[in-house]
Design a protein around this ligand. Structure first.
Ligand code: NI
Length: 136
C-alpha cells in the first residue's frame, strides 16, 4: 500500500472549557488551559491518504490537488481563528486536539473521496511535545 502524506501548518487560539461544568471543575481538569483569555498554538497537521497507483501519472494523488483541498477545508477555516468561536464545525465541543482531529477527518472524507483517495491517518501536533494521531 502506498501512502502519501502532506503537512500543513496553521496558527489558532482556543480555550479548553466545558460549559456544562463550573469554573472550579474546569480549572481542575484543564488547569491554565481554561484561562478566560485563551491561548494560541502553532499547529502542525499531517494528512495521509492512500489509493491506487495511477500507471500513467505515476501518482496516487496529485499533490497540487491535495494541497488545494487542504487549503480550502482546513487552512482557510482554521488559520488565525478562535477555534471555539469562529469555526462552525467545532462549536459546542471542547477544542482538544482529539476533537479537532476527529472533526477535520469528517470534513475531509468527502472531498478526498472525490479526488479518488482515502484518508488513512491524521496527526495533529499542537507543540513539539503533544500530538494526537487518528488512524482510520
Ligand atoms: Ni491549548
Amino acid at each position: 500500500m502506498l501512502t502519501v502524506t502532506r503537512t500543513i501548518h496553521f496558527c489558532a487560539a482556543h480555550r479548553l472549557y466545558n460549559d456544562s461544568w463550573d469554573e472550579s471543575k474546569n480549572r481542575d481538569v484543564f488547569g491554565k488551559c481554561s484561562n478566560e483569555g485563551g491561548h494560541g498554538h502553532n499547529y502542525t497537521l499531517k494528512i495521509s491518504v492512500t489509493g491506487p497507483l495511477n500507471k500513467d501519472s505515476g501518482m496516487v494523488v496529485n499533490v497540487t490537488e491535495l494541497r488545494d483541498i487542504l487549503q480550502q477545508e482546513i487552512f482557510d477555516k482554521l488559520d488565525h481563528r478562535d477555534l471555539d468561536r469562529e469555526v462552525d464545525f467545532l462549536k459546542g465541543m471542547v477544542s482538544t486536539m482529539e476533537n479537532i482531529v476527529v472533526k477535520i477527518a469528517e470534513n475531509l472524507e468527502k472531498p478526498l473521496s472525490n479526488l479518488g483517495v482515502k484518508l488513512v491517518k491524521l496527526e495533529l501536533n499542537e507543540s513539539d511535545k503533544n500530538s494526537v494521531t487518528l488512524e482510520l
